[in-house]
Design a protein around this ligand. Sequence first.
Ligand SMILES: Cc1cc2nc3c(=O)[nH]c(=O)nc-3n(C[C@H](O)[C@H](O)[C@H](O)COP(=O)(O)OP(=O)(O)OC[C@H]3O[C@@H](n4cnc5c(N)ncnc54)[C@H](O)[C@@H]3O)c2cc1C
Length: 512
Amino acid sequence: MAWGGRKFDAIVIGGDHNGLAAAACLGRASLRVLLLEAGDRLGGAAVTAEILPEYEASTMAHLVEALPRRIERHLKLSKHGLRHAARDLPTVALDRDGGHLVLPRNRKDVAALAGTRPADAAAWRVFDARMKAHVALIAPLLFDDTASIQPALRRLVWRAEWRAAGTLADLLHLLPQSIGDLLDAEFEYPLLKGALALDAVLGSVDGPYAPGTMLRYLHRLALRGLGRGYSIPAGGLGAVTDALAAAVAAQRGEIRTGARVSRLLVEGGAIAGVETADGTAIIAPLVVSSLGRRATMLDLLGAAHIETAQVRRLPATAPAGSVAKVNLALDGLPDFRGLSSVLCGARLLIAPSLDDVDRAATLCAQRDIAAEPVMEITIPSIADPALAPAGHHVMSVLLPFMPHDIEGGWPARSEAVLQSVIRTIAQYAPDFADRVIAGDLLTPPDIEAKSGIPGGGLGPAERPCLHAGAARQATPVPGLWLCGPGSHPGDGATGLAGCSAAAAIVAERRAR
Ligand SMILES: Cc1cc2nc3c(=O)[nH]c(=O)nc-3n(C[C@H](O)[C@H](O)[C@H](O)COP(=O)(O)OP(=O)(O)OC[C@H]3O[C@@H](n4cnc5c(N)ncnc54)[C@H](O)[C@@H]3O)c2cc1C
């Protein structure tokens, strides 16, 4: 049946940035699209909300790390209201004594590092050149939407042959390794090693010594290179969601919130539409799901429609959450010891050493939390003063390695965790506790409830994937496609998985 008198060529499940990006791209390809979002608002983890009257924050995802310029242009996001309050933010590894480290992005930063740590600065030059060579090899795979992996690998080998001999061998040698082992081999400076390790594993449940974390690190570097580094959108992450929703509307796509899809309809072995929780059947020959692979294939489609071998290949369990979020209203800018007011607006990391990051991961696996958690901090109101009253600020703290099922239960522990975050930051900014007007901790179960993300974070089931052919956006059921964080090219508020699935769908339709 058509819905509201309209017929649709495609239904997109999930109103997060990937679902919205897929809907907008399919609309641009002249498909009539209906997007169904279970919650009462769009965005998934990319939302802006009031944390106190007059104080607004990106309550879950807080930094645009890799929204590709190509997607911004293709979907005309600036015309639809997206503006970046700050672009290409530096990352600063905070030091308790004020000897902060700006992660080098240019010669000036390397020279600053050389001033105190000449051996590490020399090692950085080699490390940086090595990582850049590998990113140059793999980044094109992230935009390659061909379903067959062989031609993509062939192109990768050609690219490698153009570069210095041995680059491909070095890449293949590195990919299965742990970032921790590489950092131990290359660097001495604990602050540098801690920051790089946190960068590599942020958002995952793997510690820095887990095999394959090098792949995660390179994947992140490659994704980041597609955008303009870390940016803070004016109006918070919800502004990205709003711009994507406007792009869908501009293509005459229809968006429904409060519309949970409860099952996929199949006829003659092919997708025929969806049924929503209120029992409405909506017919369309194409369904694109931004949910995880397991949720789509088992919960919505049902094992009866897939072969046993394919069921076995699905991720074993829903991903378990590993991030929590603290949002704070402040009555002024905290005085971080030795940090200039300009760098206060940077991406700030508290990860004093590789051991601290490793310990956080180990404790998380034991359902516990370090007394001084590692964290990623932003103060978005520095670049975007409209988020707080004049002279006041909002601070956003992402806490990795937070177990979903914490020992003793979150209700009993959340206040102590919030206080440990405030205490930890106060070691770097002594006036910090006095600046806090209000604060709130979103635990992984809270994030799950608010964002609709199973487990409240990204877990072991949703690994980075480098190529569409390896990440199976198409499913064994004709007409059913995946565009969520488990499909090419993986997680992050990038919209890439959505656009990439849409491109693959359009290519397949053209081929037919
Ligand atoms: C706390 C937190 C902080 C993060 N911080 C950052 C960050 O700073 N930068 C960054 O780049 N990334 C960040 N991420 C990661 C980023 O937000 C994720 O990569 C992204 O959320 C992954 O998922 P997605 O957008 O594809 O879908 P999801 O966010 O998982 O959204 C799925 C959507 O589908 C809806 N839905 C679920 N079931 C149904 C159904 N049956 N029918 C209809 N709709 C349904 C949900 O309500 C939800 O809107 C963060 C994630 C979390 C949880």
